[in-house]
Ligand binder design. Structure first.
Ligand SMILES: [Zn+2]
Length: 359
């Protein structure tokens, strides 16, 4: 339930990066209403409902009763944790440069301006719809493989293609759960290395030697390019950004539309017993074949409230555990013990599908 107070808070919620506001002015296609709010907010629920932000702020110590996490989203707290929240939002809205030589044939796209939902909302929305449409078409002709990959725009890849592991989702229908998990562990290891400053942000990702991550970013791309294209103000704090990006994946793994989980058993984590084990993963879903409107019903405050009231450890508890390990400066070897516990598969060969979200 969105209370009057929190609804008010959302209306004054600043975009995570103030630079967005300025870029909206640079681009001739920005759609901002008289109150300075983003016009498209009402059309894209994940932007409208800052559920990830509420979970993160709650895990960071905002003291509210269970089920009232939405109240954590206030202007003051958002400002205080602006960089971490930039990371938490990043997988849903990663900034990237449009192809200047052959810009998308979608109205509202200005290739001189970094693409982000807030800076070019009309273009962003047009691309998202285009990705959805072409994903559903290509799934028929290319079964058993991701419909988008290296060379395609980040927005296409992260929501519908090979990078769906950002969201704790499978890259395509039919992918065995252990493969999805392998990518998620690779991604977590990379992010943990950045978050603890063990991995450099100025080297090409393909040279970092993090499992097969280089296959996903085969070009001349550094962590700085990936996480801060066009957004210069977060570049000094990519460790914090990386932690936010990791929290996003962790949090999505508790959304019913992303990942199926069994009920928690009450057990502690075997190899790191100070934490309790969340419900085991029963299946990963893939977004490409899902109906967006059905998926979005799970990414709401209503769903979050249902979980924090009834599940323990909840998404907030698990986010808090990762933050605790990070603050302690835990090595990946230690953090991985908790990762393995939080992402235990019930059965490694279960194949991904759209789940009950197709109609
Ligand atoms: Zn997500």
């Amino acid at each position: 339930m969105i209370t009057a107070t929190s609804a008010l808070a959302f209306q004054v919620l600043p975009r995570i990066s103030d630079v967005d506001r300025k870029l909206t002015g640079v681009s001739s296609h920005g759609w901002v209403d008289v109150a300075g709010q983003w016009f498209f907010g009402g059309l894209v629920p994940m932007i409208k409902h800052p559920v990830h932000e509420a979970i993160a702020l709650s895990a960071l110590g905002c003291a509210v009763s269970k089920g009232e996490e939405a109240d954590c989203v206030t202007l003051e707290r958002v400002r205080e944790h602006q960089v971490l929240l930039y990371g938490v939002r990043w997988p849903d809205d990663p900034p990237f440069a449009l192809n200047r030589a052959s810009p998308p044939r979608i109205s509202g796209c200005d290739p001189r301006v970094t693409l982000r939902s807030t800076a070019q909302p009309k273009c962003w929305y047009g691309l998202f719809k285009d990705a959805d449409k072409s994903a559903k078409l290509q799934m028929q002709s290319k079964p058993g493989q991701p419909v988008f990959g290296p060379g395609d725009y980040l927005l296409y890849r992260s929501h519908f293609g090979d990078l769906q592991f950002f969201h704790s989702m499978a890259a395509y229908d039919g992918e065995p759960a252990e493969e999805t998990l392998y990518r998620m562990r690779m991604w977590a290891r990379f992010l943990w290395g950045l978050a603890t400053k063990e991995i450099r942000t100025d080297q090409f990702i393909r040279f970092l030697g993090v499992d097969q991550l280089g296959q996903y970013f085969p070009g001349d791309m550094t962590a700085t390019n990936l996480f801060a294209t066009g957004i210069i103000e977060v570049r000094k704090h990519l460790d914090v950004v990386a932690m936010g990006v990791l929290l996003h994946m962790v949090q999505d793994s508790f959304s019913q539309a992303h990942t199926g989980r069994a009920v928690e058993s009450g057990a502690v984590c075997e190899r790191i017993p100070r934490f309790y084990q969340p419900g085991k993963i029963t299946q990963f879903y893939s977004y490409a074949g899902q109906l967006g409107s059905e998926h979005d019903k799970e990414d709401t405050f209503q769903a979050l409230k249902g979980q924090t009231l009834q599940v323990q450890p909840s998404v907030v508890d698990v986010s808090r555990a990762f933050l605790e390990l990070w603050r302690e400066g835990a090595s990946w070897d230690l953090a991985e013990k908790y990762f393995d516990c939080a992402f235990t598969l019930e059965s490694p060969l279960v194949k991904a599908g759209p789940g009950p979200y197709t109609h």
